[in-house]
Design a protein around this ligand. Structure first.
Ligand SMILES: Nc1nc2c([nH]c(=O)n2[C@H]2C[C@H](O)[C@@H](COP(=O)(O)OP(=O)(O)OP(=O)(O)O)O2)c(=O)[nH]1
Ligand SMILES: [Mg+2]
Length: 352
């Protein structure tokens, strides 16, 4: 996360500065673990609650959840908290991302402490099925919200990247001009957009720079009325020039990058723990992790398999798209192995 997004009203003595990924600040040693539930309807709307009067950060909006008690797993804490706070029984959920965040101490005008410095480790879950209608059992206001267009706020500052992650649809299509040809590709793209495709990557390593730019421009223009996001697999400057929603970096570009560029979303291809760690350090917006299965485009690379995929993404702080031999029906299994979603270059476009 870029610390500039965390402009809290912090005044007074120096507190621990907010730092993603590190809980060991000067003044904060204990890390509070919490389980947080993103209760999500099929149409993408998520449930937010306002922190009740009397709690730290009262009046701020958050996802329902609470502290993990001793001898409890985060998943058990999630079930308990959502029952206590909302009166619902969660019946199906996926473990999603884990983020560490340091809240700075906040002071009022007179220098009186409002909330002390605090480090939290948040275990986020996506809750897809539950019994009962959520009710604010702690007198908190509840609201179903579109994560891209919140009408309530302010949100707890630790959650800013969570909203960005939620704006990334779980099905990510990668262009395949080489096998499909232009006519079929654009026909299928239009069809897919009409059927709800919201994430597209333009990846055409065989095109000249000029042709890639023209092709990407065309894809961006078609996606625009649907508000679908187009990421271009190229250098940052070219993606900015195209006014694309984002840039997708190859692993090589990722490893050369020192600071996350601003003004557009940034994703990257990862294949191992070192690349994942670098993407995390840069606080990118998402990564793909591949190849999960063997794939036509990389026939000589050994697939990771779901077990290794799961190990690599457990506790990871960014949304991860599983990539490599993915079929549409792999979305559900992918989510149970900790993926945010799946990226596909072939199945997503239908039978060729
Ligand atoms: N529930 C929740 N907590 C969050 C979010 N983002 C975030 O930074 N936190 C922090 C705030 C708290 O320090 C911690 C969760 O604590 P909480 O105050 O909800 O704990 P709780 O429900 O167990 O309540 P209590 O013990 O204070 O009565 O995680 C979020 O979206 N939801
Ligand atoms: Mg709570």
């Amino acid at each position: 996360m870029s610390t500039s997004a965390l402009n809290l009203s912090t005044k007074g003595p120096a507190g621990a500065s907010p730092a993603e990924g590190s809980a060991a600040g000067d003044s904060v040693t204990k890390v509070t673990e919490a389980a947080v539930g993103i209760v999500q309807r099929d149409n993408g709307m998520v449930l937010l609650g306002e922190r009740p009067v009397g709690k730290p950060w009262e009046g701020y909006w958050e996802f329902p959840g609470g502290k993990v008690e001793p001898n409890e797993t985060p998943a058990q804490a999630l079930k308990r908290e959502l029952q206590e706070e909302l009166g619902i029984i969660v019946t199906r959920f996926h473990s999603w991302m884990t983020r560490t965040y340091e809240y700075e101490a906040r002071y009022d005008q007179s220098g009186k402490l409002i909330t002390p410095a605090k480090a939290v480790k948040l275990h986020f879950f996506i809750v897809v099925e539950w019994q009962g209608d959520p009710v604010g059992l702690e007198d908190q206001q509840l609201s179903w919200q579109n994560p891209e267009k919140l009408t309530v706020g302010p949100m707890l500052p630790a959650n800013t990247p969570i909203l960005t992650a939620l704006s990334l649809a779980p099905v990510y299509a990668i262009s395949n001009l080489k096998e499909m040809g232009e006519v079929q590709f654009f026909e299928r793209l239009k069809m897919a957009l009409e059927n709800g495709l919201m994430m597209i990557q333009v990846r055409e390593p065989d095109l000249s720079k000029q042709d890639l730019m023209l092709f990407a421009e065309h894809v961006i223009a078609l996606a625009k009325p649907f508000e679908a996001k187009v990421f271009v697999n190229t250098d940052v400057e070219s993606a900015q020039q195209l006014n694309a929603a984002g840039v997708h970096l190859s692993a090589q570009r990722l490893m050369q990058l020192k600071v996350k560029p601003e003004g557009l979303l940034v994703g990257a291809s990862c294949h191992n723990a070192a690349e994942l760690a670098h993407a995390k350090m840069l606080a990118l917006d998402y990564v793909t992790l591949s190849p999960v299965k063997s794939t036509l485009s990389h026939p000589n690379t050994a697939p990771l398999g779901w077990a290794t995929f799961n190990q690599l993404v457990a506790g990871y702080s960014l949304p991860v798209f599983a990539l490599g031999g993915m079929l549409r029906e792999d979305l559900d299994p992918a989510r149970t192995y900790g993926a945010h979603g799946i990226a596909m270059q072939r199945d997503v476009w239908g039978a060729l």
